[in-house]
Ligand binder design. Structure first.
Ligand code: SF4
Length: 453
């Protein structure tokens, strides 16, 4: 798998200090962003620490007091990779201050920024998160009510945003009306938590209660209250199920592990292969490979070992560096694969360079055949909603047929799941899923998206 998610958010309200829980919650969601990390807590003021690096690096020897707080891990898609762009960010304005953490991407951020600059707005970062924060502050000043300010601002936001806000001693969780990115709510006794993924709740012993709903503004302070914005077409990102979220996470009532196992099983029924062993591209293909193996009866084995300490392949920005990254990151086990006909399972092919190199490695180490099975249908269109694939030229499936791609990557055979198989495996109604990068049907219309391309 070659593309990356943008971020994860976290928020917690408790009667006890919350720093450790935010730390462990972010640590559980480190897979969603390894470039920077940050925590903001509230005592009688906002306490903030954020920096470039992994959670364990950024918070080594650090502690922030407070019983309420939010956190964030980041991988940049909009905005440069600099500490000023790390989150949470804190906004100070005439009615006080708040901290905000955002997962997603606004498609109309350039337009909003120009309008706000014309009104005298000054921006200190290059992220759309600051645009979100400043517009909320402006609307708070205009309406005199913070929640009304959020609701008004949401009327201007186009795109994906799962947000946590720390305002005085309250946390506020906001999910965009399309519900592109996940956001869940849980609790443990008198501690209330929101997080991008339920695995973060598990990490701190909180129970998953429910998803924050599309268009919901959930305020947690002295009591809990929900406010709502307008309705839009629900568009849960299918990639969260296929790749981004951790297999032990549950999103919108659906177990990610189960979806991936289903994807592998269906893939076998649609595209069987005569082989001796099923292996996965670790870690993204593992659960689906197990599903393929269970459905086919072909044994599952470990053919590739991942160097787990090589955490930042994606930071290497140039194509040649990405390719070098694959070699350092994965190594075949010769004794396992020598003279074997392999089924190699992965979640998706974007550029095709990674899988091509992996197939060559497997052959160099003795595999006699490599049959590639991909759980996600061919990706042909850009994502404008927070996933790092934004130009048509990135996609090998734009120009080549499945057969041509198979030849290009050096596979003995190549098969993908179909769109229908993907929907069947997820188990949600088709009309509630974002499938835009597969079929080009965007929930937010083209003119709006082009504003930010
Ligand atoms: S376009 Fe694709 S990656 Fe982007 S939100 Fe939709 S399904 Fe997810």
């Amino acid at each position: 798998m070659e593309v990356k998610e943008k971020c994860a958010v976290f928020g917690i309200y408790s009667d006890k200090p919350v720093f450790d829980q935010i730390y462990y919650g972010l640590y559980a969601m480190q897979h969603r962003g390894q470039e920077s990390a940050g925590i903001a807590t509230y005592t009688d003021k906002i306490n903030l620490h954020r920096d470039m690096g992994l959670v364990s690096e950024v918070f080594k020897g650090k502690y922030l007091d407070g019983n309420v707080g939010i956190g964030h891990v980041r991988y940049s898609t909009t905005g440069e990779s600099e500490v000023e762009n790390s989150q949470p960010i804190v906004i100070n304005y005439a009615k006080g201050s708040f901290a905000i953490a955002h997962n997603g991407n606004l498609v109309n951020s350039s337009e909003l920024k120009s309008i706000m600059e014309r009104r005298g707005g000054v921006f200190t970062t290059t992220t759309d998160t600051e645009i979100i924060a400043q517009l909320i502050a402006q609307e708070h000043l205009r309406t005199g009510n913070f929640i009304e300010g959020i609701k008004n601002a949401m009327n201007h936001f186009r795109g994906s945003y799962s947000i946590t806000i720390l305002k005085d001693d309250q946390i506020i969780a906001v999910r965009d009306p399309w519900a592109f990115r996940p956001l869940v709510f849980g609790r443990s006794d008198d501690t209330f938590v929101v997080a991008s993924e339920s695995c973060a709740l598990d990490a701190i012993g909180a129970e998953l209660i429910r998803d924050v709903k599309a268009g919901e503004i959930l305020v947690i302070g002295n009591g809990m209250k929900s406010y709502w914005t307008r309705k839009e077409r629900i568009s849960h990102c299918m990639f969260e199920y296929v790749y981004f979220s951790r297999p032990d996470t549950i999103i919108d009532g659906v177990s990610i592990y189960k979806v991936r196992e289903n994807l592998g099983g269906i893939l076998y029924r649609k595209a069987p292969a005569d082989a001796d062993m099923v292996i996965a591209v670790p870690d993204s293909g593992i659960t689906a490979a197990i599903g393929y193996s269970r459905a086919s009866g072909i044994p599952y084995g470990e053919g590739l070992i991942k160097n787990r300490y090589f955490g930042r392949t994606f930071i290497l920005p140039e194509q040649k560096d990405r390719e070098k990254g694959v070699m350092i990151k994965l190594n075949p086990i010769k004794s396992e694969i020598n003279d074997k006909r392999l089924v190699l399972v992965d979640d998706s092919i974007v550029r095709g360079t990674t899988i091509k190199r992996i197939i060559k490695l497997l052959r160099d180490f003795g595999a006699s055949e490599v049959h590639v099975r991909i759980t996600c249908p061919p990706i042909r269109h850009p994502c404008y909603y927070g996933i790092d694939m934004q130009t048509y030229k990135e996609f090998i499936a734009q120009e080549k047929s499945v057969e041509e791609i198979g030849k290009e990557i050096g596979a003995d055979s190549l098969a993908y799941n179909s769109l229908d198989s993907l929907i069947e495996a997820i188990g949600l109604p088709r009309e509630k899923l974002c499938l835009s990068c597969l079929n080009g049907d965007y929930a937010i219309k083209e003119e709006q998206m082009k504003l930010n391309v």
